[in-house]
Write a protein that binds this ligand. Structure first.
Ligand code: SAM
Length: 211
């Protein structure tokens, strides 16, 4: 079986460091996402899609908070998600709260059995090229309700920059607000720039909605 570069990176760095945090940073960013989503109206009865959930940095907070079955985790890395479930979430919460996971690198969300009220996409558009962000937003649109809101973090640029051509989990990509708006427009999303939300490394927050 072929082992991807990402899988080798996860095994070399560990499931916390690979998503960008040593020590307290992993905990801090998980809690930041959780508090932000609650401030935007997330309640236990809502269905949340954690798009690129990784090692469940946010999931360790979202899964116990949401009613059973209402957490949808999506990622391309089986290693990260398994390590997150086993080492961070734990067996008891997994059995009691029944999170759903769909794992592929094609942005295919069609296997989820519920439509999300909210989507959190933390530190994923920061690692994707324009074509992949557009595909990701189209995939979210395909399973959205009229009221679904997507919150996605991004690194802001004042003017378009020459990002790398290939998406990469360990490389940062920067976009203008106008570019972020255009990525959503192709699949019918409206865009608001939420802006700063206390992210310690300066990621801003974009909101996509259907109006
Ligand atoms: C920086 S981590 C962030 C993870 C998580 N959102 C968090 O806050 O810890 C980026 C994640 O995006 C995932 N990812 C990258 N490209 C992807 C793709 N094409 N489809 C699904 N997941 C992807 C990686 O496997 C990784 O888990």
């Amino acid at each position: 079986m072929e082992v991807s570069d990402d899988a080798l990176g996860v095994r070399a760095l560990g499931h916390r460091s690979f998503v960008g945090g040593d020590g307290d940073y992993w905990q801090r960013i998980g809690l930041l996402q959780f508090e932000f989503m609650k401030s935007r109206g997330l309640r236990p009865e809502h269905v949340l899609l954690d798009f690129a959930c990784g090692s469940l940095r946010g999931g360790v907070h979202f899964v116990p908070y949401l009613e059973p079955g209402n957490y949808l985790g999506f990622d391309k890395s089986v290693d990260l998600v398994v390590m997150g479930v086993v080492n961070e979430l734990g067996h008891e919460a997994f059995v009691a709260r029944r999170p759903q996971f769909v794992l592929n690198g094609r942005f295919d969300l069609s296997e989820f059995t519920l439509q999300p009220d909210f989507v959190i996409a933390q530190s994923i558009f920061t690692h994707l090229n324009a074509a992949d962000i557009t595909r990701a937003l189209a995939a979210m649109r395909a399973i959205a309700k009229p009221t679904t809101q997507v919150f996605a973090t991004y690194f802001h640029a004042d003017a378009p920059v020459g990002n790398p051509s290939q998406s990469h989990s360990r490389v940062n990509f920067h976009y203008t607000a106008a570019e972020m708006e255009s990525f959503g427009r192709a699949s019918g999303w409206r865009f608001d720039d939420v802006g700063a939300w206390n992210h310690p490394r300066g990621q801003l927050m974009a909101r996509y909605h259907l109006g």
